[in-house]
Write a protein that binds this ligand. Structure first.
Ligand SMILES: [Zn+2]
Length: 183
């Protein structure tokens, strides 16, 4: 191994430990929990089912992909443009695209849902302190749903309408009026 091989930092999706890997590495072993790790980005374009999709990189689910997974774990982030049924644990931002159909839970530091996306069926825990190897999620028995997730037609929630009903929006509006009145 060359001493001068460029390194980058990744986080173990089992235990959250940060470690260095070669820039072009595809797999490595965690120096803390000693489990094998995939470190490259995972791009899914077709109809596929998995027990687990796990990587220290990103998971990208393309527009035409239909993915069934017990758990999706990505240390860098998850982008869903197609259909996904499964629980997601992400160490980076989660993006749900405008034509995505999402069913499942999500634990991530941030969640971005574009207008038009269909989102349902899970718990959402948005926190800067993402716990990776949560046995309640990762080691649960395999689900065997009868069918793969289908991309639309699904009832699309009008996000703007929904946002209008949120108390936080109301508060923002009150503050706005207040500052208008005082200013
Ligand atoms: Zn580890």
């Amino acid at each position: 191994m060359s001493k001068h091989m460029p390194q980058r930092q990744v986080r173990c999706y089992h235990c959250g430990h940060a470690l260095q890997v070669g820039e072009r590495a595809l797999t490595t072993m965690c120096t803390h929990c000693y489990r094998g790790l995939r470190v490259d980005d995972v791009v899914i374009r077709g109809k596929e089912s998995f027990a687990a999709v796990q990587t220290c990189g990103m998971v990208i689910i393309h527009r035409k992909a239909r993915v069934l997974a017990n758990v999706v774990q990505a240390s860098m982030g998850v982008q869903v443009e197609g259909a996904l049924r499964g629980d997601v644990i992400s160490g980076g931002p989660v993006l749900i695209g405008a034509k995505a159909v999402w069913k499942g839970g999500c634990r991530a530091p941030s969640l971005h849902i574009q207008d038009g996306a269909s989102v349902g069926g899970g718990w959402f825990e948005i926190t800067p302190d993402v716990r990776f190897g949560d046995p309640a999620i990762v080691d649960k028995p395999l689900q065997t749903p009868k069918s793969m997730p289908e991309p639309g037609p699904e009832p699309v929630r009008d996000l703007r309408e929904y946002i209008r009903t949120l108390p936080i929006r109301q508060t923002a509006r009150d503050n706005e009026q207040l500052s208008t009145r005082t200013g």
